[in-house]
Design a binder for this molecule. Sequence first.
Ligand code: F0G
Length: 353
Amino acid sequence: MNWPGLIAKYKEYLPVTEDTPALTLQEGNTPLVHLSNLSKKLGIELYAKIEGANPTGSFKDRGMVMAVAKAVEAGSTSIICASTGNTSAAAAAYAAKAGIRAIIVIPNGKVALGKLAQAKMYGAEIVEIEGNFDEALKMVRSVSETSPVTLVNSVNPYRLEGQKTAAFEICDQLGSAPDILAIPVGNAGNISAYWKGFKEYNDVRLTGLPRMFGFEAEGAAAIVQDQVIDQPETVATAIRIGNPASWNLAVAARDESDGKISSISDPEILEAFKLLASTEGVFAEPASCASIAGVLKQVKNGSIPAGSKVVAILTGNGLKDPETAMSQMEIDPVVLPNDEQTVLEYIEGVVKA
Ligand code: F0G
Protein backbone atom coordinates (compact mmCIF):
# COMPACT_ATOMS: atom_id res chain seq x y z
CA MET A 1 0.00 0.00 0.00
CA ASN A 2 1.22 3.47 -0.78
CA TRP A 3 1.78 5.20 2.57
CA PRO A 4 -0.71 8.10 2.71
CA GLY A 5 1.07 10.24 5.35
CA LEU A 6 0.13 10.84 8.96
CA ILE A 7 -3.06 12.85 8.70
CA ALA A 8 -4.76 10.33 6.42
CA LYS A 9 -3.37 7.30 8.26
CA TYR A 10 -4.26 8.32 11.80
CA LYS A 11 -7.20 10.67 11.30
CA GLU A 12 -9.37 8.99 13.93
CA TYR A 13 -6.71 9.75 16.53
CA LEU A 14 -6.04 13.31 15.36
CA PRO A 15 -8.00 16.59 15.50
CA VAL A 16 -8.90 16.31 11.81
CA THR A 17 -12.14 17.80 10.42
CA GLU A 18 -13.69 17.84 6.93
CA ASP A 19 -12.00 21.19 6.42
CA THR A 20 -8.49 20.06 7.33
CA PRO A 21 -6.41 20.16 4.14
CA ALA A 22 -4.89 16.85 3.01
CA LEU A 23 -1.36 18.16 3.52
CA THR A 24 1.45 15.61 3.37
CA LEU A 25 5.04 14.97 2.35
CA GLN A 26 4.42 11.31 3.25
CA GLU A 27 5.95 11.74 6.69
CA GLY A 28 5.89 8.95 9.28
CA ASN A 29 6.14 5.18 8.77
CA THR A 30 9.81 5.32 9.76
CA PRO A 31 11.90 2.16 10.22
CA LEU A 32 12.34 0.46 13.59
CA VAL A 33 15.76 -1.11 13.27
CA HIS A 34 17.00 -3.85 15.58
CA LEU A 35 20.44 -2.77 16.81
CA SER A 36 21.75 -6.31 16.89
CA ASN A 37 25.40 -5.57 17.68
CA LEU A 38 24.67 -3.18 20.53
CA SER A 39 21.92 -5.50 21.82
CA LYS A 40 24.44 -8.31 22.14
CA LYS A 41 27.01 -6.07 23.77
CA LEU A 42 24.52 -4.70 26.31
CA GLY A 43 22.45 -7.81 27.02
CA ILE A 44 19.19 -6.10 26.14
CA GLU A 45 16.88 -6.06 23.12
CA LEU A 46 17.59 -2.64 21.61
CA TYR A 47 15.75 -1.03 18.69
CA ALA A 48 16.13 2.38 17.08
CA LYS A 49 13.25 4.39 15.64
CA ILE A 50 14.87 6.13 12.69
CA GLU A 51 13.11 9.49 12.66
CA GLY A 52 15.81 10.86 10.39
CA ALA A 53 14.01 8.96 7.61
CA ASN A 54 11.23 11.57 7.63
CA PRO A 55 11.00 13.92 4.61
CA THR A 56 13.06 16.74 6.14
CA GLY A 57 15.25 14.36 8.13
CA SER A 58 13.76 14.69 11.61
CA PHE A 59 10.75 13.82 13.76
CA LYS A 60 9.56 17.42 13.47
CA ASP A 61 7.68 16.55 10.28
CA ARG A 62 5.11 14.60 12.31
CA GLY A 63 4.10 17.61 14.35
CA MET A 64 4.57 20.13 11.60
CA VAL A 65 2.22 18.50 9.08
CA MET A 66 -0.54 18.72 11.67
CA ALA A 67 0.29 22.25 12.84
CA VAL A 68 0.53 23.64 9.30
CA ALA A 69 -2.64 21.87 8.15
CA LYS A 70 -4.55 23.34 11.09
CA ALA A 71 -3.04 26.79 10.47
CA VAL A 72 -4.22 26.65 6.84
CA GLU A 73 -7.63 25.36 7.96
CA ALA A 74 -7.92 28.40 10.24
CA GLY A 75 -7.11 30.72 7.31
CA SER A 76 -3.57 31.61 8.34
CA THR A 77 -1.10 32.56 5.62
CA SER A 78 2.03 32.84 7.78
CA ILE A 79 3.66 30.63 10.38
CA ILE A 80 6.48 31.48 12.77
CA CYS A 81 8.79 29.48 15.02
CA ALA A 82 11.97 29.65 17.04
CA SER A 83 14.30 26.77 16.41
CA THR A 84 17.61 25.08 17.01
CA GLY A 85 17.29 23.99 13.36
CA ASN A 86 15.05 21.01 12.81
CA THR A 87 11.74 22.69 13.62
CA SER A 88 12.61 25.49 11.24
CA ALA A 89 13.49 23.05 8.45
CA ALA A 90 10.18 21.25 8.88
CA ALA A 91 8.19 24.48 9.17
CA ALA A 92 9.79 25.83 6.01
CA ALA A 93 9.12 22.64 4.04
CA TYR A 94 5.46 22.28 5.01
CA ALA A 95 4.86 26.00 4.49
CA ALA A 96 6.33 25.65 0.99
CA LYS A 97 4.07 22.68 0.28
CA ALA A 98 1.00 24.49 1.66
CA GLY A 99 1.83 27.71 -0.18
CA ILE A 100 2.15 29.91 2.90
CA ARG A 101 4.98 31.95 4.43
CA ALA A 102 7.37 30.62 7.10
CA ILE A 103 9.33 32.95 9.37
CA ILE A 104 12.01 31.33 11.47
CA VAL A 105 14.01 32.82 14.34
CA ILE A 106 17.24 30.98 15.11
CA PRO A 107 20.32 31.43 17.30
CA ASN A 108 23.14 32.89 15.22
CA GLY A 109 26.03 30.47 14.68
CA LYS A 110 24.38 27.60 16.58
CA VAL A 111 22.37 25.87 13.87
CA ALA A 112 23.92 22.87 12.09
CA LEU A 113 24.82 23.46 8.47
CA GLY A 114 22.37 21.02 6.87
CA LYS A 115 19.42 22.52 8.73
CA LEU A 116 20.35 26.02 7.65
CA ALA A 117 20.66 24.85 4.04
CA GLN A 118 17.17 23.36 4.28
CA ALA A 119 15.58 26.55 5.59
CA LYS A 120 17.19 28.49 2.76
CA MET A 121 16.18 26.01 0.07
CA TYR A 122 12.57 25.75 1.26
CA GLY A 123 12.40 29.53 1.10
CA ALA A 124 11.84 30.58 4.71
CA GLU A 125 12.27 34.13 5.97
CA ILE A 126 15.28 33.66 8.24
CA VAL A 127 15.94 35.85 11.26
CA GLU A 128 19.11 35.13 13.23
CA ILE A 129 19.38 36.59 16.73
CA GLU A 130 22.44 37.07 18.88
CA GLY A 131 20.80 34.97 21.51
CA ASN A 132 19.80 31.40 22.29
CA PHE A 133 16.75 29.26 21.52
CA ASP A 134 14.96 30.13 24.76
CA GLU A 135 15.24 33.85 23.97
CA ALA A 136 14.07 33.28 20.40
CA LEU A 137 11.06 31.31 21.63
CA LYS A 138 10.08 34.09 24.01
CA MET A 139 10.18 36.56 21.10
CA VAL A 140 8.10 34.51 18.68
CA ARG A 141 5.54 33.77 21.38
CA SER A 142 4.94 37.46 21.91
CA VAL A 143 5.02 38.26 18.16
CA SER A 144 2.35 35.64 17.52
CA GLU A 145 0.10 37.20 20.16
CA THR A 146 -0.03 40.54 18.39
CA SER A 147 0.58 39.73 14.71
CA PRO A 148 -1.43 37.60 12.26
CA VAL A 149 1.05 34.73 12.30
CA THR A 150 0.52 31.21 13.66
CA LEU A 151 3.07 29.96 16.16
CA VAL A 152 4.20 26.42 15.26
CA ASN A 153 6.57 25.64 18.11
CA SER A 154 5.53 22.70 20.25
CA VAL A 155 3.51 25.00 22.53
CA ASN A 156 1.04 24.77 19.62
CA PRO A 157 -0.98 21.70 20.75
CA TYR A 158 -1.29 20.35 17.20
CA ARG A 159 2.46 19.69 17.20
CA LEU A 160 2.22 17.15 20.00
CA GLU A 161 -0.84 15.60 18.36
CA GLY A 162 1.15 14.86 15.22
CA GLN A 163 4.24 13.73 17.10
CA LYS A 164 2.33 11.20 19.24
CA THR A 165 1.85 9.06 16.10
CA ALA A 166 5.41 7.75 16.44
CA ALA A 167 4.31 5.91 19.60
CA PHE A 168 1.49 4.28 17.61
CA GLU A 169 3.97 3.10 14.98
CA ILE A 170 6.30 1.59 17.58
CA CYS A 171 3.43 -0.40 19.12
CA ASP A 172 2.41 -1.63 15.66
CA GLN A 173 6.00 -2.49 14.71
CA LEU A 174 6.75 -4.41 17.93
CA GLY A 175 3.23 -5.72 18.56
CA SER A 176 3.16 -3.87 21.89
CA ALA A 177 4.89 -1.03 23.72
CA PRO A 178 8.54 -1.65 24.69
CA ASP A 179 9.64 -1.91 28.33
CA ILE A 180 11.60 1.32 28.04
CA LEU A 181 11.48 4.26 25.65
CA ALA A 182 14.76 6.22 25.53
CA ILE A 183 14.50 9.72 24.09
CA PRO A 184 16.52 12.95 23.93
CA VAL A 185 14.96 15.93 25.70
CA GLY A 186 15.36 19.54 24.60
CA ASN A 187 12.23 21.67 24.70
CA ALA A 188 10.51 18.53 26.08
CA GLY A 189 7.68 18.39 23.55
CA ASN A 190 8.59 15.03 22.06
CA ILE A 191 8.78 13.03 25.29
CA SER A 192 5.38 14.51 26.18
CA ALA A 193 3.94 13.60 22.79
CA TYR A 194 5.18 10.01 22.96
CA TRP A 195 3.71 9.52 26.41
CA LYS A 196 0.36 10.86 25.18
CA GLY A 197 0.52 8.54 22.18
CA PHE A 198 1.35 5.44 24.23
CA LYS A 199 -1.52 6.17 26.62
CA GLU A 200 -4.05 6.78 23.86
CA TYR A 201 -3.10 3.65 21.94
CA ASN A 202 -3.17 1.59 25.11
CA ASP A 203 -6.67 2.86 25.89
CA VAL A 204 -7.95 1.63 22.52
CA ARG A 205 -5.68 -1.31 21.68
CA LEU A 206 -4.26 -2.48 25.02
CA THR A 207 -0.70 -2.14 23.76
CA GLY A 208 0.78 -1.50 27.22
CA LEU A 209 2.91 1.37 28.46
CA PRO A 210 6.70 1.83 28.49
CA ARG A 211 8.80 3.50 31.17
CA MET A 212 9.89 6.85 29.75
CA PHE A 213 13.64 7.53 30.00
CA GLY A 214 14.52 11.07 28.88
CA PHE A 215 18.04 12.38 28.36
CA GLU A 216 19.13 16.03 28.48
CA ALA A 217 22.60 17.30 27.59
CA GLU A 218 24.58 18.00 30.74
CA GLY A 219 25.15 21.67 29.89
CA ALA A 220 21.43 22.14 29.25
CA ALA A 221 19.91 19.90 31.88
CA ALA A 222 17.21 22.16 33.30
CA ILE A 223 14.79 19.39 34.26
CA VAL A 224 17.49 17.26 35.84
CA GLN A 225 18.79 20.20 37.86
CA ASP A 226 15.28 21.52 38.48
CA GLN A 227 16.32 25.02 37.48
CA VAL A 228 16.37 27.19 34.37
CA ILE A 229 19.80 27.25 32.69
CA ASP A 230 20.44 30.79 31.44
CA GLN A 231 23.33 29.96 29.13
CA PRO A 232 22.86 26.36 27.97
CA GLU A 233 25.81 24.85 26.11
CA THR A 234 26.30 21.52 24.36
CA VAL A 235 27.77 20.05 21.18
CA ALA A 236 24.26 18.70 20.55
CA THR A 237 22.97 22.06 19.33
CA ALA A 238 19.48 20.66 18.66
CA ILE A 239 18.92 20.31 22.42
CA ARG A 240 20.80 23.42 23.54
CA ILE A 241 17.78 24.59 25.53
CA GLY A 242 17.74 25.90 29.09
CA ASN A 243 14.05 26.47 29.79
CA PRO A 244 11.96 23.73 28.17
CA ALA A 245 8.45 24.82 27.24
CA SER A 246 6.88 21.42 28.03
CA TRP A 247 8.76 21.02 31.31
CA ASN A 248 5.68 20.05 33.35
CA LEU A 249 4.41 17.57 30.77
CA ALA A 250 7.82 15.88 30.63
CA VAL A 251 7.94 15.56 34.41
CA ALA A 252 4.44 14.06 34.34
CA ALA A 253 5.50 11.56 31.64
CA ARG A 254 8.48 10.58 33.76
CA ASP A 255 6.50 10.21 36.98
CA GLU A 256 3.39 8.53 35.56
CA SER A 257 5.52 5.97 33.74
CA ASP A 258 7.93 5.25 36.61
CA GLY A 259 10.64 6.63 34.33
CA LYS A 260 13.69 8.77 34.67
CA ILE A 261 15.16 11.97 33.22
CA SER A 262 18.93 12.19 33.50
CA SER A 263 21.79 13.97 31.78
CA ILE A 264 24.53 12.99 29.37
CA SER A 265 27.86 14.77 28.92
CA ASP A 266 29.13 15.94 25.54
CA PRO A 267 31.92 13.32 25.47
CA GLU A 268 29.33 10.62 26.16
CA ILE A 269 27.09 11.94 23.38
CA LEU A 270 29.98 11.99 20.91
CA GLU A 271 31.08 8.50 21.88
CA ALA A 272 27.58 7.17 21.24
CA PHE A 273 27.42 9.16 17.98
CA LYS A 274 30.50 7.34 16.67
CA LEU A 275 29.63 3.96 18.18
CA LEU A 276 26.16 3.90 16.60
CA ALA A 277 27.48 4.70 13.14
CA SER A 278 30.48 2.39 13.27
CA THR A 279 28.82 -0.65 14.87
CA GLU A 280 25.27 -0.44 13.50
CA GLY A 281 25.57 1.54 10.27
CA VAL A 282 23.14 4.15 11.57
CA PHE A 283 24.11 7.80 11.27
CA ALA A 284 22.06 10.02 13.55
CA GLU A 285 22.77 13.60 14.58
CA PRO A 286 24.50 14.23 17.93
CA ALA A 287 21.35 15.22 19.88
CA SER A 288 19.68 11.99 18.79
CA CYS A 289 22.57 10.03 20.20
CA ALA A 290 21.76 11.27 23.70
CA SER A 291 19.24 8.42 23.68
CA ILE A 292 21.89 5.82 22.84
CA ALA A 293 24.37 7.34 25.31
CA GLY A 294 21.63 7.25 27.90
CA VAL A 295 20.89 3.59 27.28
CA LEU A 296 24.60 2.71 27.57
CA LYS A 297 24.80 4.55 30.88
CA GLN A 298 21.58 3.20 32.37
CA VAL A 299 22.47 -0.38 31.47
CA LYS A 300 25.83 0.10 33.15
CA ASN A 301 24.35 1.51 36.35
CA GLY A 302 21.66 -1.17 36.49
CA SER A 303 18.63 1.10 35.88
CA ILE A 304 17.88 -0.81 32.67
CA PRO A 305 17.65 -4.52 33.62
CA ALA A 306 19.20 -7.23 31.44
CA GLY A 307 16.81 -8.55 28.82
CA SER A 308 14.73 -5.34 28.65
CA LYS A 309 13.10 -4.42 25.36
CA VAL A 310 14.26 -0.85 24.72
CA VAL A 311 13.43 1.55 21.89
CA ALA A 312 15.79 4.50 21.42
CA ILE A 313 14.44 7.41 19.41
CA LEU A 314 16.92 8.70 16.84
CA THR A 315 15.30 12.07 16.29
CA GLY A 316 17.36 13.45 13.41
CA ASN A 317 19.54 12.37 10.49
CA GLY A 318 23.33 12.49 10.83
CA LEU A 319 23.61 14.35 7.52
CA LYS A 320 22.06 17.38 9.19
CA ASP A 321 25.31 18.14 10.99
CA PRO A 322 28.28 17.23 8.79
CA GLU A 323 30.59 19.62 10.62
CA THR A 324 30.37 17.78 13.94
CA ALA A 325 30.85 14.47 12.15
CA MET A 326 33.94 15.71 10.33
CA SER A 327 35.43 17.20 13.49
CA GLN A 328 35.12 13.78 15.14
CA MET A 329 37.13 11.98 12.47
CA GLU A 330 40.40 10.89 13.96
CA ILE A 331 41.72 9.46 10.71
CA ASP A 332 41.86 11.72 7.67
CA PRO A 333 41.37 10.05 4.30
CA VAL A 334 44.69 9.00 2.76
CA VAL A 335 45.60 10.93 -0.37
CA LEU A 336 47.62 8.95 -2.91
CA PRO A 337 48.98 9.76 -6.37
CA ASN A 338 46.91 8.72 -9.38
CA ASP A 339 48.93 5.54 -9.84
CA GLU A 340 47.38 2.08 -9.81
CA GLN A 341 50.38 0.28 -8.36
CA THR A 342 50.65 2.66 -5.39
CA VAL A 343 46.90 2.42 -4.68
CA LEU A 344 47.03 -1.38 -5.00
CA GLU A 345 49.89 -1.70 -2.55
CA TYR A 346 48.18 0.58 -0.08
CA ILE A 347 44.89 -1.37 -0.21
CA GLU A 348 46.68 -4.71 0.10
CA GLY A 349 48.27 -3.37 3.25
CA VAL A 350 44.86 -2.41 4.65
CA VAL A 351 43.27 -5.77 3.82
CA LYS A 352 46.12 -7.73 5.39
CA ALA A 353 46.20 -5.66 8.58
N1 F0G B 1 16.48 15.76 18.81
C1 F0G B 1 16.55 16.63 17.79
C2 F0G B 1 17.32 16.22 16.58
C3 F0G B 1 15.89 17.87 17.87
O1 F0G B 1 15.97 18.71 16.85
C4 F0G B 1 15.19 18.21 19.04
C5 F0G B 1 14.53 19.50 19.18
C6 F0G B 1 15.15 17.26 20.07
C7 F0G B 1 15.80 16.05 19.92
C8 F0G B 1 14.42 17.49 21.34
O2 F0G B 1 13.03 17.43 21.19
O3 F0G B 1 12.49 19.69 21.96
O4 F0G B 1 10.73 17.97 21.73
O5 F0G B 1 12.43 17.81 23.54
N2 F0G B 1 14.66 20.45 18.35
C9 F0G B 1 13.91 21.70 18.39
C10 F0G B 1 14.14 22.49 17.13
C11 F0G B 1 14.03 22.46 19.64
O6 F0G B 1 14.00 23.73 17.13
O7 F0G B 1 14.41 21.89 16.10
P1 F0G B 1 12.11 18.27 22.15
